[in-house]
Design a protein around this ligand. Structure first.
Ligand code: ADP
Length: 716
């Protein structure tokens, strides 16, 4: 009863607040408050955050963690690992003495009205005397954010909202909010019919290890060279035999080869259940009576090392919209270091998790883990500090960065087709619903030859800005983590700025094709970043990379065009599977059957492929042909029509046939646009539409010959 009473009181309070909002908005227009930033929040990249005040949150929460030592790491008890005293001394006082690396935009002040990427910054807008006050009052309505489901990102989110002077609704709101921040999935809050949600439907599913591997593999079939940044992978259990046979053949051909493989459970995270093997016979495929779903992947044996330690990079990527496709990359990321010096895998060291796995969640339990207040030392550092180290050794870091950008864009392009299917199923065109955006966590490894390799993409990257620290045996405390705060608050704050509803309406994509990814980073050495003045926010730490680099990457969006056809025949009923009748209609409307390919053959093709995919997706509740199965059928049909050509050309020819046939049909059959397509700017939507690709001579490689980087590495 009292809970209910409390809730009613809060709702009443909120209703009053809604009424008061207009007045509050007008008040906010006073020059002092338009763009002021709380003075206790600094945006300086190199500030010593250990001394910063962190408003409104307890700096440490003690909890006894009796189970902390019982956690299993690949069969190894963490309690077995000799706990050593943590070394807090490293790097404590280095901050101010270090030469600093500035990545353009991470902390610079906005002087004019436009941010680094050419966007008009609504939070920077000043009354210039020409605009009448009431008009401006409307424009500057306070943006509202529902944070009730934010979970572990709450602290960073709260800080961001405070910096932006927006309004937070921590227990939700009776009326709609502009932005809903979910901690896990699109469905955290049900029944949202407007506004924007920070998760796409289906993203979690798409980024499970098997689905990501499948999506990248489809692209590898069409563009083997462009997608060679993802290690060769096999899906278990269905490709167990294929894996065993290929490895046996490989070893038979070259006895000197000693490849290593990493096995990752499909839905695992934080290194859980991961192990290394050197022989297919060592696969632990069965767990109890269940066959484990997993990906087994070529292990990169020669990673780039710093101070003899393996490390990986966590980069934050904002998918701002699927249609038109808009991708941003955070200019600052995290580098996570192993805590045991690296040695190439041998039978002896395969189980040394602190040597081979860079996961923070594992290495934090090592006695060698270094918590540091500096962003450029310790076991977790900023990526820019690593780039600085590399630059000082003569590494062309612009090239490294541009390769990383290309990897990110290509990966998102691989994910988009299926994401569009999920999107249409959850928010069918014509029904009310929110639009979506999402921050993804890309985990990237640099090889010794500096080539970036994609390890995985996280749908829910940790946005925690505190970390656990063992203060006495078995007792852990949450303490602020300067490096996490440095990176993550900027990412969340600037994502919010980009999703500002007023901003989105006016958004003009300034650059739709020129430039090269290398321009994305400008490295400056010299003085520390200047502190943000009280009336400005720093320039955006998120850099637009798509549609900016449309010209360079649009030709890869071939599968997306197949998905567009799939969606058209799927209709708007909220399903994700094509029925046999719809498949027949597709064949008929695209005029693909003829005397040598009868409708009976079409039915057999449908049944064959659909049945096989149903076996590969045992969890699926829906019957019918999924997008991946449709793509396979499309490839088959393409190969039938023009046998002599490489696959990519076959597919492009068939796409032209289908698109031509469908274009001629009545408007009423055309699919209505997604409502995620909020960008009303015709220039940008034109620019991001996949264009027809005409390729040079191509080689068909449906079954890629096995080429392991163990061998490729020896060339470097
Ligand atoms: P999880 O989601 O459990 O963290 P990851 O795919 O990120 O799984 O793998 C965990 C860690 O294992 C990575 O952070 C990286 O250090 C290492 N790793 C993963 N894949 C490879 C690979 N193919 N080659 C070398 N190291 C890898």
């Amino acid at each position: 009863m009292s809970d209910h009473y409390e809730r009613v009181k809060i709702e009443l309070q909120q209703m009053k607040e809604v009424e008061n909002e207009a007045a509050a908005d007008v008040q906010q227009l006073s020059p002092a408050s338009v763009s002021s930033v709380p003075t206790d929040v600094s945006f300086t990249a190199r500030r010593d955050l250990s001394r910063s005040s962190i408003n409104g949150r307890s700096r440490s929460k003690s909890r006894s963690k009796a189970d902390g030592h019982e956690r299993q790491v690949n069969g190894k008890q963490l309690s077995d690992l000799t706990p050593q005293k943590l070394d807090y001394s490293q790097g404590q006082s280095r901050v101010s003495n270090e030469p600093s690396l500035h990545i353009k935009g991470t902390g610079k002040l906005l002087k004019g009205k436009t941010a680094a990427n050419g966007h008009v910054e609504s939070c920077q807008r000043q009354t210039d005397g020409k605009e009448d006050g009431s008009k401006v009052a409307k424009k500057r309505r306070t943006v509202t954010v529902d944070t009730s489901k934010a979970k572990t990102s709450l602290e960073a989110l709260k800080m961001s909202i405070r910096q932006l002077k927006w309004k937070e609704f921590p227990i939700g709101r009776r009326t709609a909010c502009d932005i809903y921040w979910h901690g896990v999935s699109f469905h955290d809050n049900e029944n949202i019919v407007s506004g924007q949600v920070n998760k796409f439907p289906g993203m979690i599913e798409m980024l499970r290890k098997i689905n990501l591997s499948r999506a990248v593999r489809t692209m590898q079939e069409l563009f083997p060279e462009e997608y060679n940044f993802y290690p060769r992978s096999w899906i278990l259990p269905e490709e167990y035999q294929l894996f065993s046979t290929q490895i046996r053949l490989l070893k038979d051909n070259d006895a000197t080869l000693k490849p290593t493989f990493i096995v990752k459970p499909d839905s695992g995270s934080q290194g859980d259940g991961i192990y290394l093997i050197r022989d297919p016979a060592d696969l632990r495929v069965i767990s109890g009576s269940q066959i484990k779903q997993a990906v087994v992947q070529e292990y990169i044996q020669k990673p780039l090392l710093i101070d003899k330690l393996k490390f990986d990079i966590r980069l934050y990527v904002l998918v701002r919209s699927l249609e038109p496709l808009e991708i941003y990359i955070a200019k600052e990321g995290l580098s996570r270091f192993c805590t045991e010096p690296y040695q190439e895998p041998s039978q002896k060291n395969l189980s040394h998790v602190f040597m081979h796995l860079t996961n923070y969640s594992l290495n934090v339990h090592s006695g060698n883990f270094v918590h540091s207040d500096s962003c450029s030392t310790g076991s977790k550092r900023t990526f820019s500090s690593v780039l600085y180290r590399l630059a000082s050794k003569g590494v062309d870091i612009k090239k490294v960065w541009s390769d990383i950008i290309a990897l990110v864009i290509k990966t998102v392009i691989a994910l988009v087709p299926e994401l569009k299917v999920y999107y249409q199923a959850d928010i069918p065109p014509g029904k009310p619903g929110p639009t979506c955006f999402q921050i993804l966590g890309f985990d990237i490894l640099l090889m010794k030859n500096l080539k970036p390799v994609l390890l995985e993409v996280n749908a829910n990257p940790s946005m925690r800005i505190e970390h656990e620290q063992e203060v006495s045996p078995g007792v852990f405390e949450y303490v602020p983590s300067p490096v996490d705060e440095e990176v993550k608050v900027g990412v969340i704050r600037d994502t919010l700025r980009l999703m500002n509803p007023a901003e989105r309406k006016q958004h003009v994509t300034s650059n739709t094709g020129g430039g090269s990814p290398e321009e994305a980073i400008v490295v400056e050495t010299g003085s520390d970043e200047k502190e943000g003045s009280a009336d400005s926010l720093p320039s955006l730490c998120l850099k637009q990379v798509f549609p900016k680099y449309t010209k360079q990457f649009n030709y890869l969006r071939v599968v997306e065009r197949i998905a567009t056809i799939f969606l058209r025949f799927l209709g708007v009923k909220g399903t994700m599977r094509l029925g046999p009748t719809s498949f027949r209609t597709f064949i008929r409307n695209c005029k693909l059957s003829n005397s040598s390919f009868s409708m009976a053959s079409v039915d057999i093709l449908y049944i064959d492929i659909t049945r096989r995919w149903a076996g590969m997706l045992p969890d699926s509740r829906e019957a019918g042909m999924c997008l991946q199965a449709f793509i396979e059928a499309f490839f088959y049909l393409a190969a039938r029509r023009s046998k002599a050509l490489p696959l990519r050309e076959q597919v492009l020819l068939l796409l032209e046939v289908c698109e031509g046939a469908l274009e001629g049909q009545s408007h009423s059959e055309k699919p209505r646009p997604h409502r995620s397509h909020t960008n009303t700017n015709p220039a940008s939507s034109q620019s991001s539409a996949p264009t027809t690709f005409s390729s040079p001579a191509l080689t068909r490689r449906r079954h890629r010959p096995l080429q392991l980087s163990a061998k490729a590495n020896t060339e470097n």
